[in-house]
Ligand binder design. Structure first.
Ligand SMILES: [Fe+2]
Length: 108
């Protein structure tokens, strides 16, 4: 069983690396919005659109190269990102209604 023990420990270590890199990106990434909810919401509406295109394009490339499973995964993520974009865009529209001055400054 030494091989099984070694393989589990190795996989667990690799998994910790994934977790660490994934979580640390939240703290390292500075998109310049600070804690301003207007900036965060407007930035995120564009970010969701970008990830929608990115995953959709990756899905199309995956289809082109015969990677159907990857295409399905990326297509699912792209669809999620589209829903996120719609939600954030609707929030930004509401901000423009409720507080046009602050929202347009943030948008600029
Ligand atoms: Fe998203």
């Amino acid at each position: 069983m030494p091989w099984a023990t070694w393989a589990r420990r190795w996989s667990a270590e690799e998994n910790r690396h994934d977790d660490l890199l994934n979580r640390s990106s939240y703290f390292i990434k500075d998109v310049g919005t600070g804690t301003n909810p207007y900036l965060i919401t407007i930035y995120t509406s564009f970010q969701e659109r970008a990830t929608f295109f990115s995953h959709g394009n990756t899905a199309r490339l995956a289809i082109k190269y015969g990677e159907e499973k990857l295409a399905q995964i990326c297509g699912t993520i792209a669809a999620d990102e589209k829903r996120h974009e719609i939600a954030y865009t609707e929030i930004v529209e509401k901000l423009f209604e409720l507080d046009p001055s602050e929202t347009v400054i943030a948008f600029a």
